[in-house]
Design a protein around this ligand. Structure first.
Ligand SMILES: Nc1ncnc2c1ncn2[C@@H]1O[C@H](COP(=O)(O)OP(=O)(O)OP(=O)(O)O)[C@@H](O)[C@H]1O
Length: 426
């Protein structure tokens, strides 16, 4: 069984009357990389500080490597826990090399000085963090990002069994974010790592497990897949997200989207429904724009491996799906026509039309009263996308005779839909 490196039990921390940690418990297994996430002010730094005994909790206990932190001398604790604080302002007058060498203090006797082995550990720590070239510079005269890497080097020089890092990448550019987190990741499993993150995607990629905090409490713990769900992020940060699996890493990645404004309604008070007929990525922008503005969007029929299908699902849009490369089946067609009966308008994007999806257009002929908008953002003639030998072009002509409206861009589409909403176009 994996041993626990850090255990916190029922931690309570207050500042005056304000409780900033409320009965927080957590267990961190040896050798893992845990990310702590949560909105500003929820207590992430306080939790890190309480674990490293920078602050004393009003109640609760912390165990590091099987012992109550209160039983360690500060020196002993420093050989178990290396802390990299959020605040990177450090004392005036020290060189980078001296700052890193401070990491060896827990190993030195009161009067003993650094030995070759201690210098070697410091050199390695500086090497790992790409700070060797800064050795003689004053800590006050380097950039925030460089300082952050120096403080990581100092913590590494402590050769701790666990590292606690408070936003270790907050001052780093993307290159150094990845470099530093790769270094930290590389420390595991020899070192256990607990790090506060603001970037959900970096946490999703680098961490084995994540902890999600909200208002002084932990609200979710688990793998990034388990914790970083749209529902959890929406609850804690109030931001709706599209959660996908990164095609290259297999890890979740999150893209924020706008919370729909108050749902537009038809004059009768019901939400405006818009069905998007799309494919091959031509529908993403339309679905996103309309759902962001509170329209009740549906989509399809789409092949299950079409990127528009993935987008619809990511946006929580009901979508009629068909098996990849199969023609539209009777079942899908029935689902599609059921949606058409309920919708207020249909938008056709600039998708290529072939034998696989022509049924999407044929079905529209059964609903001559339906308001149809044809997006023509690329200005290309329909014939250039018609792979049906002319049937699609003929169907479009017929739709236009029935009053389908060509719109040149999404703002124009939204303007039409808004007049639908106000009842002037019905
Ligand atoms: N020394 C202090 N005195 C009084 N209140 C404090 C002190 N330090 C933090 N707080 C308050 O405690 C709460 C938690 O702060 P903490 O720094 O732990 O949050 P955080 O989740 O790390 O936030 P951020 O993401 O902004 O860094 C906040 O409301 C903060 O204002």
């Amino acid at each position: 069984m994996t041993a626990e490196m850090i255990r916190a039990e029922d931690l309570d921390v207050r500042y005056g009357d304000v409780r900033v940690l409320d009965a927080v418990s957590l267990a961190v297994n040896e050798g893992t990389f845990i990310g702590i996430l949560g909105p500003n002010g929820c207590g992430k730094t306080t939790l890190i500080r309480a674990i490293s005994r920078v602050i004393d909790p009003a109640a609760g206990a912390v165990y590091v490597d099987g012992r109550d932190v209160g039983e360690y001398s500060p020196r002993e604790l420093a050989t178990r826990l290396g802390a990299v604080p959020q605040e990177t302002a450090v004392s005036f007058g020290f060189t980078v090399e001296e700052i890193v060498q401070m990491g060896r203090h827990p190993y030195l006797g009161r009067l003993s000085s650094m030995k070759e082995a201690d210098y070697a550990v410091c050199r390695e720590a500086m090497d790992l963090t790409s700070t060797t070239h800064l050795a003689d510079r004053l800590i006050t005269e380097i950039s925030g990002g460089e300082r952050q890497r120096v403080l990581i080097a100092r913590a590494l020089a402590q050769q701790p069994k666990a590292m606690l890092l408070d936003e270790p990448t907050s001052h780093l550019d993307i290159n150094h974010q990845i470099e530093v987190l790769s270094i930290i990741r590389g420390l595991t499993p020899a070192v256990t790592v607990v790090a506060v993150f603001h970037d959900l995607n970096l946490a999703a990629y680098f961490c084995d497990r994540v902890i999600l905090m909200e208002k002084a409490k932990i609200v979710a713990v688990g793998t990034p897949e388990e914790v970083l769900t749209d529902a959890n992020i929406r609850q804690v940060f109030g931001v709706p997200m599209m959660v996908r699996t990164h095609p290259l890493t297999g890890r979740p990645y999150l893209v924020p989207r706008y919370e729909p404004a108050a749902s537009p309604t038809l004059s009768g008070g019901t939400p405006v429904c818009v069905h998007v007929v799309c494919g091959g990525g031509t529908g993403a922008e339309t679905m996103y724009a309309l759902s962001s503005q509170g329209y009740q969007v549906t989509a399809g029929v789409l092949s299950a491996n079409d990127s528009d299908c993935t987008t619809a699902e990511g946006l929580g849009i009901p979508v009629v799906k068909e098996s990849p490369f199969a023609p539209i089946s009777e079942g899908s067609l029935a689902e599609y026509t059921a949606l058409l009966k309920e919708t207020d308008a249909v938008v056709i994007t600039e998708m290529p039309i072939g034998a696989g999806n022509i049924a999407n257009l044929r079905a529209l002929e059964q609903f001559p009263a339906l308001k149809v908008f044809v997006l023509a953002r690329d200005g290309a003639p329909l014939s250039s996308r018609d792979y049906t030998g002319g049937e699609a072009t003929a169907l479009f002509s017929s739709l236009c005779r029935n009053g389908a409206v060509a719109v040149r861009d999404i703002p124009a589409l939204v303007a039409h839909l808004a007049s639908l909403r106000s009842g002037t176009e019905r």
